[in-house]
Design a binder for this molecule. Sequence first.
Ligand code: GLU
Length: 510
Amino acid sequence: MERPVRVRFAPSPTGPLHIGGVRTALYNYLFARQNGGTMILRIEDTDSTRLVPGAEDYINEALNWLGIGIDEGVRQGGAYGPYKQSERRDIYRVYVKQLLDAGRAYVAFDTPDELNARRAEVPNFQYDASTRLQMRNSLTMPADEVQRLIDEGTQYVVRFKIEPGRDVTVHDLIRGDVTVSSTILDDKVLYKSADDLPTYHLANIVDDHLMEVSHVIRGEEWLPSAPMHVLLYEAFGWSDTMPQWVHLPLLLKPDGKGKLSKRDGDRLGFPVFPLDWTDPNTGERSSGYREKGYLPQAVINFLALLGWNPGDDRELMSMDELIEAFSFEHCSKKGAKFDFEKGKWFNHEYISRMDDKELAEALVKYEGQNEVGEVLGQDLDYLTRAGAMVKTRANFIGELWPQVRFFFEAPTEYAEKDVRKRWKEDTPAILTDLITLLEGIEPFTAAATEPVVLGWIADHGYHLGNVMNAWRLTVVGECKGPHMFDIIELLGRDETIARLRRGISSIHNA
Ligand code: GLU
């Protein structure tokens, strides 16, 4: 049966969204857009003990920054809401009861202490078919006693009754068929009376069903739960509309040894979160891609290729190209190594290709209005032209400002080693003549000045490198930067000559 594609990203707001979670969201989004489907954002907040204030806003802000659009969700609304699980209690209650009535689940009263005592007694204790009849639950206690305890308000949980000895197969679009024996599965808790909330497992399955989710695309860490999820679909009688399973490969540490963790980011100096985050409980800060000066498109491109490839050797791909090329066949089963150098490379490429005006706006935003506004006394157009000259020379937006600064502020210091190398005895006299030369060139453009100045250097037999670099020293403050004639065109004749004069009078090669 062809079903409309409906996918969901279902984070638990227990902290900042990890970059692996962002990739999961991205693959869901790419798949939805490719198939004209619907992208749902569902907030899975049933574990009240782990909720962190601000985490839900963070998730929204991060997805928004990255351009991962949501069609249905808490903010967007939609016909299948509410999209926050803590607001769906009434719905879950009905389904818990359905399983209980059908004998597919049972009520258990074992206290945490009792369970711990059993664990201490029985090696590898698991609450399942082999042990459930020795426990305090509705399978071992008379019905009226069970009812009495419930009526008295005794805390209980509802457990899924898994029958042993069956092969359970998860059909996964990346991994193929994954089969396990139901004997190894435990009777997972589906509901807790203490907070009148279901656990992740029940809420997740009920919502995927009710929201008509067609494909569950999520991290590999959920694969061990999938057989139980398959059994839950069956217990509810929903096997016919069970979603397609897709478990994405893990993101690994750069050396491939183990799962990428928050601590790797701190240790190796790269972010593992999309945005900066300050933990409201501990005050601990974690850095994000946005604040480090990454462009959202670069982060998207980089993440898309961690665990998937387009089947050819393309690397730079826009969101639209990714949407078009994405496929589960080209997702790897193996974990993907997090190659941070590659991330920088992507950012470099995207900065190089940025529209000049957008780049200038990004520069202003990055530096904050103050610094740019005060130092400049120039318009955005000027910054646009300056930025365009250096945009292939940085991995991060933040690295560009030091490179354009001299366009706004004449140097007051001159790089010592460059002075030593390029400021010769005859330099002041030659540059003084250069001033005279520059005064007479019309118009003062790169195209007009370049042949005249180069011709003049050649005619006089001057050393090209020494003259050009000494001149550059007076204008830039060091022997680095874009093409000299482009620089002076933007600075203009007066400013160029003023800097030459200042250099001539203040640079001395001791
Ligand atoms: N709430 C789960 C998480 O935080 C969702 C897992 C799933 O997609 O089924 O990742």
